[in-house]
Write a protein that binds this ligand. Sequence first.
Ligand code: PLP
Length: 531
Amino acid sequence: MSLSNHVSGQSTKATLSHLARYVEINNDIPKFTMPEQALSGQVAASIIRGELRLDGNPNLNLASFVTTEIDPECYDLMMENLNKNLVDTSQYVHSSEIQDRCVNILANLFHAPPTHDENKPGAVGTATVGSSEAIMLGGLALKWRWRAKQAAKQGKKLDEITTRCNLIFSAAVHVSVLKLCRYFDIDPRIIPLEHNRYTLDIDQVIAQCDENTCGVLAILGTTLTGEFEDIKRLNTALLKLKKEKELDIPIHVDGASGAMVAPFVFPDLEWDFRLEQVRSINTSGHKYGLVLPGLGWIIWRRTEDLPEDLIFHVNYLGVDEPTFNLNFSRTAANVIGQYYQFLRLGVEGYKRIMRSCVDNAKYLAASLASMSEGLFIVQSQNDQPSLPMVAFSLNPAKNLKFNETTLVHWLRERGWIIPAYTLAANAGDITVCRIVVRETFTRNIASILLEDIRLVLISLADHHGHQGLVESLEAARDDTHQHRRSNRHGQRVANFIQSNHEASTNHDDPEQVKKSGTKKKSGHHTMHVIC
Ligand SMILES: Cc1ncc(COP(=O)(O)O)c(C=O)c1O
């Protein structure tokens, strides 16, 4: 969630326009203070619903990995259980049992080793609000384990260990990993990206490891390009380090998206508890877990990987409740939704959905790569095991007078929500557009999007005088994918660009502004949330 500012002064007088149909509203309804009188449910809901209609269409939001559509049966189940507090395990015994089953299903999916010794319990895990919370919990467990080891080694008490530990990861990490380090006093050791390498450099990781390294965080599906970091090679390198220098450094896998894709599409890829150094894995139930937000999961390889002194035992809800979460109360609805998806789809269903997402991403990547003789550079590695998403840039060799931000701005006019963002250091000079392929993004929708991209490009190329590009894009018209609205839309974009251009040109000349009364539009920069 973004931060919201307190509004004060004149602006607090802002009101919501009331609906004339409802005679019961005689006064304006204040925006930033609570209205004095109650409203009927119908009026309150109408006001809010009317405003929410102006939001983007979640299914056209190609910026996000987050699930936007579920079966009506799943929706009903979630709604029926929205009022259950998951933390209250004594009252909601069966919701709690369902969480246990989900943790077990995930532990098995991630190949948690079976345990034959009752005194050495096996995998353990919990539901979280999302991967961000799960990453915080995973990082805390790494820090606590490191501190306990240091205390034992130095013959000190835990609170006598005052040195800070460090966590190693690539600059491609999601912001939640940076938050973990800042909030919980862990030194981040960030391995930069380079041009043509947008994942972790394992040699650099090994060079950075020392006795204060509490772990390495590796990403199964980076937010930036969707690539899987090479966790198997990382594991081998860490095992060698353990043998040679007696440094036993665990891996936490951030599988926010990838941990629910890889088991179904790339079952032979070893990235999970099959690898000795992998001690914990997080995933987002609300991404390729196929549940509405907010749900995440974290699984530890063995109970001993989650230090006991991180777990609080509370009994004020009736029985002993062990909890390790950053928050306390939360609805059981998403966990129940997750269990529904596991039962409803089974392995076969998840395989079908994930494969079709990966295939559609490949189709999209290949189509973009072949558009107008190398107009785009596809930065994602869709021919390798990776997330079903396509990250692409305009080819700098084409010397275009427009950029990725302009392109996505105009696609937004057509309803498509696609972010354009820069990669991380040392590849921060590369801007990419990202299209996330989810279950609802069918091949037909992909072809409609490709056609809209072609039409927007024609308008932009025409406007900027790239005549050769216009011709090649016109020639690329694919009649098998003709859509009834195509040409009309192309004309609409062209008109809009022209009038926008006139408005901004006028603004440079104050006399023109006076004559036309037109104000320059602000730049095309749209803030996108990358999640
Ligand atoms: C790699 C990665 N890690 C963590 C997160 C945070 O996940 P959540 O939104 O579930 O908190 C994301 C979000 O997209 C992500 O892509």
